[in-house]
Design a protein around this ligand. Structure first.
Ligand SMILES: Cc1ncc(COP(=O)(O)O)c(C=O)c1O
Length: 313
């Protein structure tokens, strides 16, 4: 829908003044956005750098497009930030793109401007695309969200209303990039989906028109939830949690010597769901990922249960 693309373009002018509706394609969430972005730019045999730990779709999206995912590490001792020297060492003549996600799922880290700029400079120097998953850009509690599009022209922003409007099942998101790439994305999208659902496009457009100070309230609400989650984490002596500056996850490292899947299953048996860190890549093993997209009361209750389970292992 033209009106929705216009409204999205307007909201992106904070990153780049020249964003117009031709730079936007509406997608069925970031999941479809990332998939069509990979199908569009990745050729057979291309390599794409993906975060480890990172959101689960990136590697498979690259593989389904015929490429090879090459992992770069995000380590707790490095504040879960990319190591620029490691990124440089992973780039080969076959490298086509780097996938980034800030604020991050699962780590809850926001890349500071310096890290964004340093990585963008490498991508510019090596002529790489940046596929930037920015679905949590409204959930930043310290500092500011800095989009890769500020520093790198060949950036493909993948965003979604799933998180911002707590509308995960409505399946509306978008990709923002150059007009030429948008034209190619729309071809892939046609054969994948035809178009995103019209009814929910209207609903999201209405949401954008009437939101007022909503995003500020949302951030404050989640900041309180983050604070509660961090306080409860600190009560668990076997957990070490890095500062959480964005998204809505905490990703503690635990010292119990069991697999994250087993740990998560034991917690599940007591009625609390968390994700095993190993699901996000090999460097996620030894961590658990908790979402605090829940009421303050449930965060308190849930993490009290986690504390009991942790004490029993
Ligand atoms: C980092 C990240 N990207 C993309 C998605 C998918 O979002 P959508 O519902 O818009 O497909 C998620 C959902 O959890 C996510 O955490």
């Amino acid at each position: 829908m033209k009106e929705l693309r216009e409204a999205i373009a307007k909201s992106l002018k904070r990153f780049r003044n020249d964003v117009a509706l031709e730079n936007i394609i509406v997608t069925a969430g970031a999941t479809e956005g990332m998939m069509i972005a990979c199908s569009t730019i990745v050729d057979k045999g291309d390599e794409v750098l993906v975060p480890n730990p990172g959101f689960i779709v990136y590697g498979p999206d690259v593989s389904l497009a015929g490429g090879t995912p090459v992992e770069y590490s995000l380590r707790q001792e490095n504040g879960f930030l990319p190591d620029i020297e490691e990124i440089k060492s992973l780039i080969t003549p076959r490298t086509k793109a780097v996938i980034v996600n800030t604020p991050s799922n699962p780590t809850g880290t926001v890349f500071p401007k310096d890290s964004v700029k340093a990585l963008a400079d490498v991508a510019t120097d090596k002529d790489l695309y940046i596929l930037s998953d920015e679905v949590y850009h409204n959930f930043v509690y310290e500092g500011e969200h800095c989009s890769f599009a500020r520093f790198h022209d060949d950036t493909i922003i993948v965003d979604s209303f799933s998180k911002t409007f707590a509308a995960t099942g409505w399946r509306i998101g978008y990709v923002a990039t150059s007009k030429e790439i948008v034209q190619q994305l729309s071809k892939v999208q046609y054969y994948t989906l035809a178009c995103p659902p019209t009814a929910t496009q209207y609903a999201i457009l209405e949401g954008l028109r009437m939101e007022g100070p909503y995003r500020k309230h949302l951030r404050e609400l989640f900041r309180k939830r983050r604070d509660i989650a961090m306080r409860k984490m600190a009560e668990i002596p076997t957990f070490t949690t890095a500062p959480v500056t964005g998204a809505f996850y905490v990703f503690p490292k635990y010292s119990q010597g069991i697999e994250s899947e087993e740990f998560a299953m034991r917690i599940l048996k007591r009625g609390v769901i968390c994700a095993p860190g190993g699901a996000f890549g090999s460097l996620g093993e030894g961590h658990l990922r908790f979402s605090y997209a829940n009421s303050e009361e449930n965060i308190e209750r849930g993490l009290e249960i986690v504390k009991e389970v942790a004490a029993s292992i």
